[in-house]
Design a protein around this ligand. Structure first.
Ligand code: NAP
Length: 325
């Protein structure tokens, strides 16, 4: 099974199917990790205003670019509009702040990060009430925000625009205005998103899998808070058995599975050995039987880790995407 290393986008641009995640990486550590990632061959970097480390990513990327426009063209840099910017009149201001912190002249892909909105409080990307709940803007005009993001393209400062964390109804609603260049959602062996991916495929939208290795730091933090248990994807016996067969690591099996599942992935690591490992998934293939074994691990909605319920009160927002039917 031959898989292209890229998703082809409009205008001949290419989005590498293995990218580098940056969430929860402290700025000084991220800077070094990005250097290791560039050295290992990553060219797709996934960031977000809400991660509060865009400047560190930008410093490492700009050192590598060294002012050479041809080197800038080799990169595919992604960032996202934070929930506090989910108002049409605020989109440009938040976008400009990301561009400034990244120190770039343009962004390759700008994503609408989540469909729900927070109150816009300058200097506070995660505004909270005294009781710990988030300060939500319950009047989020999702279509209006999407139209404002589309407008950014006219300026030439962003090459592609897309969406993240949307459900099927929201995807179709936004698609009626204009097709997103990409849908970034949680996908991994326990949460395979088959119906959502089928819809994205029908609409011709490439899917990027976030938390492809099960986001251990998030899972541990949620387990400590809620008492719910989250299986460690790297320790699943079927994954370990297949890893042994191919003399690969469990992480490589999880990432190769996603490539053969039809999606791109953006694993995060700050460890140089793992960084190399996670992009070395092109020289082996999982058999049909192994893919069937891995497909059978899907837990559907139960397998979701990042349900955003850590933003206390989010389920009351009209655009909360994961409402239980
Ligand atoms: N759109 C969204 O709302 C959204 C949400 C979540 C994530 N994302 C994006 O997706 C990226 C990836 O997701 P994620 O960070 O949640 O989780 P992830 O990539 O599934 O997992 C990261 C965890 O796995 C560990 N790890 C990485 N490679 C490994 C390997 N080869 N062997 C063993 N452990 C390994 C990392 O530890 P070390 O660092 O110590 O190696 C880290 O604890 C994020 O960084 C972010 O860019 C987007």
């Amino acid at each position: 099974m031959s898989i292209s290393k890229y998703f082809e986008l409009d205008g001949g641009d290419r989005m590498p199917r293995i990218g580098f995640g940056t969430w929860q990486a402290p700025p000084d550590i991220l800077e070094k990790s990005v250097e290791a990632a560039l050295e290992a061959g990553y060219r797709h970097f996934d960031s977000a205003r809400a991660y509060e480390n865009e400047a560190a990513l930008g410093r490492a990327l700009n050192r590598w670019i060294g002012g050479d426009p041809a080197k800038r063209k080799e990169l595919f840099v992604v960032t996202k509009l934070p929930p506090g910017g989910n108002r049409p009149e605020l989109v440009e201001e938040y976008f400009n702040a990301s561009l400034r912190d990244l120190g770039l002249e343009y962004i390759d892909l700008y994503l609408l990060h989540v469909p729900f909105g927070f109150e816009h409080i300058p200097g506070d990307l995660h505004p909270k009430n005294p009781d710990g709940s988030m300060k939500f803007d319950y009047k989020t005009d999702l279509v209006g925000v999407w139209k404002a993001i589309l407008k950014l393209k006219e300026s030439g400062r962003v090459r592609h625009v897309g969406i993240s964390n949307m459900n099927q109804e929201q995807i179709k609603r936004l698609c009626a205005v204009a097709k997103p260049a990409c849908l970034q959602v949680e996908v991994h062996v326990l949460h395979q998103q088959k119906p959502l991916i089928a819809t994205a495929n029908e609409l011709g939208i490439p899917v990027v899998a976030y938390s492809p290795l099960g986001s251990k730091a998030l899972a541990d933090a949620l387990a400590a808070k809620t008492g719910r248990t989250y299986p460690n994807l790297l320790e699943i016996p079927e994954v370990q058995k297949i890893a042994k067969t191919h003399s690969r690591t469990p992480a490589q099996i999880l990432l190769r599975f996603l490539l053969q599942h039809g999606v791109a992935s953006i694993p995060k690591s700050t460890d140089p050995t793992r960084i190399k490992q996670n992009i070395s998934v092109w020289d082996f293939e999982l058999s049909k039987k192994e893919m069937e074994e891995l497909h059978a691990l899907d837990r559907g909605e139960e397998g979701r880790i990042c349900d955003f319920l850590f933003f206390i009160g989010v389920e009351k927002h009209p655009e909360y995407p994961f409402k239980k039917q």
